[in-house]
Design a protein around this ligand. Structure first.
Ligand SMILES: Nc1ncnc2c1ncn2[C@@H]1O[C@H](COP(=O)(O)OP(=O)(O)OP(=O)(O)O)[C@@H](O)[C@H]1O
Ligand SMILES: [Mg+2]
Length: 413
C-alpha cells in the first residue's frame, strides 16, 4: 500500500480523527493535487478540536493557492537508513514529521505512511516523535512512568527470570486537557515503541459479535508490531460500569479483559495504557490486578509546569516582553490545553489587529492577559466532581492521589 492509500484507509477507518485528514491533505499537497488537499483539510476541520484548527487552516490556505509552492510539506528526515536508501522517492518516503511552522503547539505529530507494504510490521511506521521533553512539568508522573512502566517494558528477560508476569495496564485519569493523551504518546516516544491509539469508534459495531472481533484484531495488531503501546482513550466508554449500563457492553468488556490478560508486557512487548476523565465510571472488573491495576492521576499543571507550558507554546513565535511567571500565577487550575488556547487567542488577536491596521507587531503581555481574562479554567468542574467522589467513594483508597492534590489546592476551588 502506498502512502496515499494508507492515509486514505486511515481516514476511512477513522473519519472523526482530524489528524488523519491533515496528513492526507499534506500528502495531496506534496503530490500537488490541490483540490484533493483542500477537500481533505476541509474534512479535517469539520472534526478538529480547537487546538488542531490553526494548523488545518494554515494548510488549507496553502492548498487553496495552487501557485504557491507547497511549503511546510517537506518531510523532515527519514527515520531509518533503510528507508532513505530507497531510490528516487525521497519526497514520499515514510518519515516522521513535525510541523515546521511558526506555531509549535504540536497538535499533529504522527508518522506518515509507508512507501511499500513489504515491511508493514516495521517498528517505526506509527511511532510518535514526542517524548518526555515535550511534556512540561508532571515530573512525578514521569518518574512513576519511568519506574513502573518503562523499565519493566524494556528489561525483557529480567521479569521472566523472576517468573514475574509484567502484564496489566496503566490507567491515566484526570481532568480534560491535562496531558493524558500527550503523556501516553510521549511514553511511546520515550520507549521507542509504536503508538497504537484506539478510539471507541474502532471498536463498537451494531452487529452482534463484531465489536468483540474488532477488539481482538486490535490486540493482535499490537502483538504483531512489538514493541508497541496500545492506547485506549475514553476507557470509561469501553469498560463502562456494568452496574450503570445495559448488558450490551458486557461482551465487549469480557473480550477486553480476556485479551488484556493474555498480554505479558515483558515478552509480548505490548503495554496497554488507558485514559479516562471518569475513573469512577470504569468497570471495576477492569481495575483488578492484571488489568488496569495501576491508576495514575494526571493532575492539572502546577505553577512551574504552567510557566513551562506557556514557554513551550509561545516558543519561536513572535512574542515580546512576556512575563511568564505572572501568566502562570494567574492561570491556576488551567489545563495544558487551556493554556494552549490562551496563546492561540492572543495570537489571533494580534493577527486580527495587524490585518486591520497593516502594522506588524509581536504578541505582548497585554494580549495574553486579555486572552487569559476571557477564559475560565476547564478543570474546575472536574475537580469539584472529583471532590465528591473522594469524599464519598474512596473507601478503597483508589483516589488517594486526588485526595492529596485536593489537600493542597482544594481550598481554592
Ligand atoms: N504537560 C503538558 N505539557 C505540554 N503540553 C501539554 C501538557 N498538558 C497538556 N498539553 C497540551 O494540551 C493538549 C491537550 O492535552 P491532552 O490531549 O493530552 O489532554 P487529555 O488529558 O488527554 O484530555 P482529554 O481528557 O480531553 O482527552 C496537548 O495536545 C498538549 O499540546
Ligand atoms: Mg485525551
Amino acid at each position: 500500500m502506498n502512502r496515499l492509500n494508507w492515509l486514505k484507509s486511515i481516514t476511512e477507518r477513522l473519519p472523526d480523527e482530524a489528524e488523519g485528514w491533515y496528513w492526507l491533505g499534506i500528502e495531496y499537497l506534496e503530490r500537488q493535487e490541490s483540490v484533493q488537499a483542500v477537500l481533505a483539510f476541509t474534512e479535517g476541520l469539520k472534526v478538529s478540536s480547537e487546538d488542531q484548527k490553526p494548523n488545518l487552516l494554515e494548510k488549507l490556505v496553502i492548498a487553496a493557492q495552487p501557485t504557491q509552492p507547497p511549503q511546510a510539506t517537506q518531510p523532515t528526515q527519514p527515520t531509518q537508513p533503510t528507508q532513505s536508501a530507497q531510490p528516487a522517492q525521497v519526497q514520499s518516503e515514510p518519515v516522521r514529521e513535525t510541523i515546521q511552522s511558526n506555531e509549535k503547539h504540536r497538535p499533529f505529530q504522527v508518522i506518515s505512511g509507508k512507501k511499500s507494504d513489504s515491511n508493514s510490521d516495521s517498528k517505526d511506521s506509527e511511532r510518535d516523535v514526542i517524548n518526555f521533553d515535550s511534556v512540561a512539568g508532571l515530573t512525578e508522573l514521569k518518574k512513576t512512568i519511568r519506574m513502573k512502566i518503562i523499565s519493566p517494558f524494556q528489561n525483557v528477560g529480567l521479569f521472566s527470570k523472576f517468573k514475574k508476569k509484567a502484564g496489566g495496564g496503566v490507567l491515566l485519569y484526570g481532568p480534560p486537557g491535562c496531558g493524558k493523551t500527550f503523556m501516553a504518546k510521549a511514553t511511546a516516544g520515550e520507549c521507542r515503541a509504536k503508538f497504537i491509539p484506539i478510539h471507541i469508534t474502532d471498536i463498537f459495531d451494531p452487529y452482534i459479535g463484531v465489536s468483540e472481533r474488532n477488539l481482538h484484531d486490535l490486540f493482535a495488531k499490537a502483538r504483531s508490531q512489538k514493541p508497541s503501546i496500545l492506547f485506549i482513550d475514553e476507557l470509561d466508554a469501553i469498560g463502562f460500569d456494568r452496574a450503570k449500563s445495559s448488558s450490551n457492553f458486557r461482551g465487549v468488556v469480557d473480550t477486553f479483559l480476556s485479551e488484556m490478560e493474555g498480554i505479558d508486557t515483558s515478552t509480548d512487548q505490548v503495554l496497554i495504557i488507558g485514559a479516562t476523565n471518569m475513573p469512577w465510571d470504569v468497570d471495576n472488573a477492569l481495575k483488578r490486578p492484571g488489568r488496569f491495576d495501576r491508576l495514575v492521576f494526571v493532575a492539572p499543571p502546577d505553577e512551574d509546569a504552567r510557566e513551562s507550558i506557556y514557554r513551550l507554546k509561545l516558543q519561536d513565535r513572535l512574542a515580546e516582553g512576556v512575563n511568564y511567571a505572572a501568566l502562570a500565577k494567574n492561570s491556576e487550575f488551567f489545563s495544558g490545553a487551556d493554556i494552549e488556547h490562551v496563546c492561540e487567542r492572543a495570537v489571533e488577536r494580534v493577527l486580527e489587529e495587524i490585518l486591520d491596521t497593516g502594522v506588524e507587531r509581536p504578541v505582548q503581555m497585554a494580549d495574553l492577559e486579555y486572552a487569559l481574562g476571557s477564559m475560565t479554567a476547564s478543570t474546575l468542574e472536574w475537580l469539584k466532581t472529583a471532590k465528591n467522589y473522594v469524599r464519598y467513594a474512596n473507601q478503597s483508597g483508589v483516589y488517594n492521589d486526588i485526595e492529596d492534590y485536593l489537600r493542597v489546592y482544594g481550598k481554592r476551588l
